[in-house]
Design a protein around this ligand. Structure first.
Ligand code: FMN
Length: 189
């Protein structure tokens, strides 16, 4: 049996990406929402709370302050950690090795256990410190997946744009999905 996926929703804009990913992963996800993530989720997703999201998806909700939760364990059966979206603040903590809450600790544990760690940063523009931190994490094997949907599938709706990013995350988690069309090479005249 495959291990679970820790899904962290931090306080960058773009909570909808994490919410969609939670729906696709369902019971496979252990959900951690930071305090700022709770605020952005409510603001951007029609008042949605982490508790309701967990109920809707079957994900196991863990408290960000609960540093002893399963997601923080190196011996637990966890396949990967995804931080979606990832704030510049959480990004900076990871680049500095700081695991001061369950969100950051689960990611630091993923790095030390050589679990897959995918971060989905969102900021515009990026400060040099963000870029340096991303370069550092990338060099350490972290997958830096920008919240930058492609337009070559000719998206019509916001859901199409969200699914584009979520599909790329699922690909890197090794989870089969048909959220978007795959490029065949025959699209251009
Ligand atoms: C409405 C709103 C939107 C925000 N958008 C972003 C963003 O896109 N990127 C970012 O890095 N921080 C953003 N922030 C700031 C973070 O929430 C803040 O830096 C916070 O400390 C992040 O904490 P966390 O990483 O523990 O969630 C936003 C805050 C609010 C209230």
């Amino acid at each position: 049996m495959m291990g679970e996926i820790v899904l962290v929703i931090s306080g960058a804009s773009g909570a909808a990406y994490g919410v969609r990913l939670a729906h696709v992963l369902g019971q496979e996800a252990r959900l951690v929402v930071t305090e700022s993530g709770r605020i952005t989720m409510a603001h951007e997703c029609e008042g949605l709370t982490p508790e309701t999201l967990a109920e809707q998806t079957g994900a196991t909700l863990e408290k960000n302050a609960d540093i002893g939760a399963k997601s923080a364990s190196g011996s637990a059966s966890i396949d990967a950690v995804v931080i979606c979206p990832c704030s510049g603040s959480t990004l900076g903590k990871l680049a500095a090795g700081i695991g001061d809450n369950l969100a950051t600790r689960s990611a630091i544990v993923a790095m030390k256990e050589r679990r897959k760690l995918i971060i989905v940063p969102r900021e515009a523009p990026y400060a040099t410190i963000h870029l340096e931190n991303m370069a550092k994490l990338s060099a350490w094997g972290v997958i830096v997946m920008p919240a930058s949907p492609g337009f070559y599938n000719l998206p019509k709706t916001m859901d199409d744009l969200i699914d584009f990013v979520v599909a790329r995350i699922l690909d890197h988690l090794g989870r089969d999905n048909d959220l978007t069309k795959r490029w065949t090479g025959d699209e251009l005249p």
